[in-house]
Design a protein around this ligand. Sequence first.
Ligand code: ZN
Length: 149
Amino acid sequence: MKFAADRTVGRLAQWLRLMGYDTVDSGSLSPESAISFADENRIMLTRDTHLAQRAKSLKIVCLASNDPKDQVREVIKALRLQPNEKQFFTRCKLCNTMLKRVPLEEIVNQAPDHVLEKHSRFSKCHTCKRVYWPGTHYERIQKTLRDLC
Ligand SMILES: [Zn+2]
């Protein structure tokens, strides 16, 4: 299942990507972007009730909550999603690109020394060049994702 999140639910997009769901930022819903999202079979996520009414031909989930984590719960419930833990942390939370495992040598200048000493598993986004590793932040997010599911 693929999503397009508009600017009213920007942080929700990051959480869905962390869960491994293909989620693009849609910005505003121009006629052209609406057509392309429909073509790609994306489900539109928004808090904008006017948008939801205007875009009747699209699959759209209109969210009530203002809190990104509650929005994740709403999406899971509305679409009966069954997030797969194996898909967690497979996608860049910033730009939606699939992450690739990279050897330490490749990211040696992109992570602090104490990280390089402690960790051996690294992933990289080849679009925005961000490097990811399973640190304490990662464990906290993983726990949150589990709780949300
Ligand atoms: Zn990226």
